[in-house]
Design a binder for this molecule. Structure first.
Ligand SMILES: [Zn+2]
Length: 305
């Protein structure tokens, strides 16, 4: 009797293990069957995830805190793109020296540019007028990214167009709410509303929410955008002194050391680290685009109110 019970228990355990292997195998099989989206930046990957849900496998070449301007393409990112069914980039040279376009071209993949159709903020670059690539900082323009991603995904998988459209519409509603929350929270900041950061990533944000921006580097952290020259540093320091700027902000994708030095030199405080060109890691407030925008606003309000 006792032996019989032991035998039954053993049988059940084996059956359970076999079931686990089968379920796990099926999960891996489904994962492999999923079409792949590969994005250059974390923000674009987050927009894409909101549209495709679990239907596609969405990956980003850049990880949390990584700088798109100075990114050097690795064999791993080229491999990722070679396995992609759809590729997305920001565009307007956010990806320094057009690295995303280049790896897509090398793999024979089409690359959808998310800023297509976005109204650009114009900036001056050595006497030439160019488009500021940091357009996701305007929530209204982020909606154009979402539309572009939706169109590409729906064209690639028309059978599920209604599903993608529904997801995109829901996400747009969340973005509208985000925009009004940002406006409400930033209203607490008195003049002079100056956002002093490491590089000019916040131009669209400043336009949308009525700030003046000053920074150490120009629109790129790479030498292509002017980098952080001695003249820029002098200009930043004199603006801080003249306008009585209370706080400066470091950025999560850039070493904060130089901003700390300028704080010491001017007596301004370091207001914290803002998410600029990259979102945060898993479990951080900047894990999503909406989370990153809210966290930035929280930090800015705390430092400047
Ligand atoms: Zn940037």
């Amino acid at each position: 009797m006792k032996n019989n019970f032991a035998f039954q228990l053993l049988f059940l355990l084996i059956a359970f293990n076999l079931l686990c292997v089968a379920v796990h195998g099926q999960a891996i099989g489904e994962q492999n069957l999923k079409k792949k989206i590969v994005c250059s930046t974390t923000q674009i990957a987050d927009f894409a995830k909101n549209i495709v849900g679990n239907r596609w496998d969405v990956q980003s070449i850049l990880g949390p805190g990584q700088d798109p301007h100075t990114h050097e393409v690795s064999a791993a990112s080229a491999k990722l793109v070679s396995q992609a069914d759809l590729c997305f980039q920001n565009g307007w040279n956010l990806e320094g020296h057009a690295w995303m376009e280049k790896i897509c071209k090398e793999s024979g993949k089409a690359c959808v540019t998310c800023v297509d159709g976005v109204t650009p903020r114009k900036i001056s670059e050595d006497g030439e007028i160019i488009n500021d690539p940091h357009a996701w900082f305007s929530v209204d323009r982020a909606k154009v990214y979402v539309r572009n991603i939706f169109k590409a995904v729906a064209a690639a998988d028309p059978d599920h167009k209604a599903f993608y459209l529904n997801n995109a519409a829901k996400y747009i509603v969340q973005l509208d709410t985000l925009k009004s929350e940002i406006k409400r929270d930033l209203a607490k900041i008195p003049p002079p509303r100056i956002l002093a950061t490491h590089h000019d990533a916040f131009g669209y944000f400043a336009e949308e929410y009525n700030f003046q921006i000053v920074s150490l580097a120009k629109w790129s952290t790479d030498e292509i955008g002017g980098g952080s020259t001695l003249d820029r540093r002098k200009e930043l320091i004199s603006t801080i002194r003249e306008k009585g700027v209370k706080a400066l902000f470091a950025e999560t994708s850039i070493d904060p050391e130089i901003m700390k030095v300028i704080c010491k030199e001017t007596g301004a405080k370091l207001g914290g680290k803002l998410y600029s060109d990259a979102m945060g890691g898993k479990g951080s407030p900047g894990e999503t685009y909406i989370g990153m925008m809210k966290q930035n606003v929280k930090i800015i309000v705390e430092a400047l109110k």
